[in-house]
Design a binder for this molecule. Sequence first.
Ligand code: KG4
Ligand code: ZN
Length: 348
Amino acid sequence: MLGIETSCDETSAAIVDETGIRGLAIASQDAHAAFGGVVPEIAAREHVRSLDAMVDHALDQAGVESGEVRAVGVTAGPGLVGALLVGVNWGKAFAFARELPVIGVHHMEGHLYGTALDHPEAQPPFVGLLVSGGHTMLVHAPEWGRYRLLGATRDDAAGEAFDKVARRLGLGYPGGPVIERIASGGRPGCFSLPRPMLNGRDGPDDPAYFDLSFSGLKTAVALLATELEASGEIEGAIADLAAEFQEAVIEVLVEKTARAVESLGCGRVVLGGGVARNAYLRQRLVERIGPGGEVYAPSSRLATDNAAMIAEAARRRLLAGESSPWSLNADPALTFPGLAQRRPERVS
Ligand code: KG4
Ligand code: ZN
């Protein structure tokens, strides 16, 4: 399976088969750093520039000729429409010319398969915590391809909050890694930031019980930063502020995940998405879920956007007899596949 990923600012191609990852090439676009965030038009142009080379790299690593590819999996959404279009059209053209099946993949489902590539034990049933720059979702997966959405962010994604707070504090882009680094030298309790949507929720029947929100937290950091700037104290306070912000985000993510684990009676947790690289999140989750649970987090390489996870998702769908029509198109708001109703059900 040749996988293609171009939904945001990583251009990636991979070759995956039943033995695992045979080749994986990722070009991270650094052209966005100067703008403090991803510029969609630049992303699309950079994908056009790099995709051929990434495919060649992945094929070389795998020791596979392009004629030996048997199927193509490509991220069809969600993401930036211009960026997605580059990958979808490339994938369709490659597949059409060789009469191969093409399989459109949902980027966030791909993240779950990314973690499963790293950990063969990360199989359903599990609670999936998907935390990236564009999405934050808590899902229950009774089996691959069938999911129940338990909760989601009502505004900003977790990674987006890291990015926006980092930008406000002048720490650069992407914000997650730099905040994690700076926070390790800070004291979380020195400031008091809100833990959004944590208290006063009735139980699993209240949708707010699992939902998340990070926009108010981001604004609270911005207000504090403005006060600290006015009093000339901001320089000395950055590490403490970053630590308290990270603490707040992670406390909420961990608590919501623990609620899912408890109300479903399902102790296996699979993390996915760029924020899953955060070591403190993983540590706190393991502590909270306890020795009876299992927490699977992706390696750094497979946590951030990559085509191996897309190829694996496509490979599994193809094995299940699925492929996409030639009308496959980029869909920036693609809905998560196989979603059932929102309410959880105890599984044991
Ligand atoms: O999954 P991903 O590579 O791209 C999207 O699909 O969005 O996630 C990127 C996000 C960015 O917001 C970045 O700040 C965040 O993941 N991130 C982190 C860390 N490393 C990356 N957030 C918190 N801690 C980290 N160590
Ligand atoms: Zn992603």
